[in-house]
Ligand binder design. Sequence first.
Ligand SMILES: [Ca+2]
Length: 313
Amino acid sequence: MSARKIIIDTDPGQDDAVAILLALASPEELELLGITCVAGNVPLPLTSKNARIVCEAAGKTDVPVYAGSKAPLARPLITAEHVHGQTGLDGPELWEPQMPLAGGHGVDFIIDTLRSHAPGSVTLCALGPLTNIAAAFNTAPDIIDRVQEIVMMGGAYFEVGNITPAAEFNIYVDPEAAEIVFRSGATITMMPLDVTHKVLATKPRVEAIRALDSRVGHFTAEMLDFFERFDVEKYGSEGGPLHDPCVIAWLLQPALFSGRHVNVEIETSSALTLGMTVADWWGVTDRKPNALFIGDADADGFFKLLTERLARL
Ligand SMILES: [Ca+2]
């Protein structure tokens, strides 16, 4: 079987970085056509720099990295330095990347790539606010039917919100973009906090990655050392949740996950619940299912996969 073609749309972010590394370590299954960066965890100049640092850490500098949208579609940007640190990648010692940014806008890259490949042959992996993907759908509605699948990290239902009591960060930052994507008719698999909060980088799991004793192993372990602080303090959990890598792990080993096809609508107006992903888990409406809402994961299996793949870099 040939590798599945993917674009990673991202706002690195330590967990984004681990997701990118997992994809770069899996060329048999995933052909990474390009990385498009979006403003989210930190502003665009930092996310587009961090994505290149991650590629350089992996020694994979031939992947084009594009800068995309610098602000949400209709709102001022909200960032999350309180989780990710001032750089977005706090933890390891960072460097100025040698890799240049690819020429052109990330949104144009998404449009051009979907138009130039066979319909149904390119998967979009969305690891940040959905601004770039919504902007691409707005500009070029013809590409929506050409998307194989959108696999995204975002939202929450039973687990409720992290940035507000009701909303998860990626959706809250750009709810209008999320609404466009969820109403687009594209095939969507979502990794909400309900599942990502079960995939915790506990001490023994981080130490297994550090014990790889490679550049990538140390880089990853040092990011996770920093990243766990926020969640350990807030939730009393045993480590930081590896939100975004769930997206890539799903593509590699879907059997690690389980969920339900449900209807998910995005709240875009309420001051109280803005950005909430209203998931009809119990089927109490006649709204048509539009997303596979993942609710559970085999966390040990996930870390076995991650550690084994990082060892290849
Ligand atoms: Ca992210």
